[in-house]
Design a protein. Structure first.
Length: 104
């Protein structure tokens, strides 16, 4: 869902205060996650309503995909409740290295 104008996009972001940078900062500051890499993209055309994320952390080792997502969602509980869509992809450092090697 894209904002009809740049002004509307700015208004949505200013209302929620949620941007890829704020989400990244919150994740990077969490001591239990200690992410190796965080890449968050606004997939709503710049209005700040939908985000996709790649989060790399060795804290995900031994956890299922559901447990990983719950871990991240717990950290971003307040932010997620204010956006339309949140799509995280949570991988370990080892998985990320394999992904980079495969060009994924």
């Amino acid at each position: 869902m894209a904002a009809p104008t740049d002004t509307a996009a700015e208004q949505t972001q200013s209302t929620t205060g949620i941007t890829p940078d704020t989400l990244t900062s919150t994740l990077k500051s969490d001591p239990t996650l200690s992410p190796i890499h965080v890449d968050i993209q606004d997939i709503s055309g710049g209005c700040g309503a939908s985000f996709a994320a790649l989060i790399v952390s060795d804290a995900f080792s031994g956890k299922s995909a559901l447990q990983r997502n719950r871990m991240v969602n717990g950290i971003l509980k307040k932010e997620i409740s204010a956006v339309h869509a949140w799509t995280p992809r949570c991988v370990t450092g080892e998985q990320w290295e394999k992904m980079k090697g495969q060009g994924s």
